[in-house]
Design a protein around this ligand. Structure first.
Ligand SMILES: Nc1ccn([C@H]2C[C@H](O)[C@@H](COP(=O)(O)O)O2)c(=O)n1
Length: 286
């Protein structure tokens, strides 16, 4: 899950960042994904409403024809209301006034917009399908297909947000048997998809428990190599064993601790107590 959690930092979605990792049943990693736009599309965090709400459209290739209000003449799609009649108009209507008034409060931050939120707002819907990104789980599944990996039947999906209905169906179809998740994502995917069908093939949803993110890092990061830590802990207690064997450790710590640096530079000989005091001080200050 820590790998899925790290993968989510790649996401350019401005609504939610999600990471996923798929393993086989023995926890060998098969693929990693995060929510991201289709290759070649520009992530939302790099786009700016200013490109679209002015008279002239800027940075054209970062926006779809639909967003630019240039719907294909043959398209049967229409916004329900006359005003705004297209997405460009909707974006202006949604943002223009508040943007003009409060732009300075962004302190130079890019004014990105969420297509899904605005489109749904004018449609009067709450449709998750309008997200520009592929979902993290979906991207992890597609990575296996794209790069020709082995099957994941019986495998495990780790995802930082529980899967939506579409990704749940795909997980089911791939034969994934266990889904670990952190945040519950709203919707009926669990009741509608994962608890449907053949009981013997249903993936089981398990809320993740354990250290994650910076807590994981704090818990597992070594201060010293474990070998040195054990020998130091055991041998510091027995007199006259210190001397030379700990000079190596002190050397490796000297850049982190100025007391150790001073001691190594000023003294040729250290008493056992010097070494013990410094190491304890150094461990405590870490
Ligand atoms: N299980 C999930 C749930 C959501 N998302 C992604 C898709 C969108 O990029 C964003 C949507 O978040 P929200 O519905 O909160 O706007 O999160 C995802 O990758 N996996």
């Amino acid at each position: 899950m820590q790998i899925a959690n790290t993968a989510k930092l790649n996401s350019g979605c401005i609504s939610r960042n999600v990471g996923a990792a798929i393993t086989d049943k023995r926890f060998h990693i098969k693929s990693i994904g995060w929510n991201d736009v289709a290759k070649g599309h520009t992530p939302c965090n790099l786009r700016n409403i200013e490109d679209l709400i002015g008279e002239e459209i800027k940075n054209e290739n970062h926006y779809s024809d639909f967003e630019k209000g240039l719907n294909d003449k043959k398209s049967i799609y229409k916004y329900k209301n006359k005003n705004p009649s297209n997405f460009k108009g909707a974006l202006k209507d949604y943002f223009s006034e508040s943007y003009k008034k409060n732009k300075k409060d962004l302190n130079g931050k890019n004014c990105s917009f969420c297509f899904k939120t605005i489109h749904n707002h004018y449609e009067g819907e709450a449709n998750q399908v309008h997200t520009r990104s592929l979902h993290a789980e979906e991207n992890a599944m597609l990575q296996i297909t794209k790069l020709g990996g082995l099957g994941v039947e019986g495998g495990i999906l780790f995802t930082t947000a529980s899967p939506c209905e579409l990704c749940s169906k795909k997980a089911f179809q791939l034969g994934i048997r266990t889904i670990y998740f952190i945040d519950p994502y709203p919707g009926i995917s669990n009741d509608q998809i994962l608890k449907g069908g053949d009981e013997n093939s249903r993936p089981v949803m398990i809320p993740f428990s354990g250290a994650i993110g910076s807590v994981y890092q704090k818990l597992y990061d070594n201060f010293l190599s474990y070998k040195d830590e054990v020998s130091m802990t055991l041998e510091l207690k027995s007199k006259n064993k210190i001397g030379i064997q700990f000079i190596g450790i002190l050397e490796s710590l000297k850049n982190q601790n100025k007391d150790i640096r001073n001691l190594l530079e000023l003294k040729n000989k250290f008493s056992d107590q010097d070494v013990i005091d410094l190491l304890i001080k150094s461990i405590n200050s870490n």
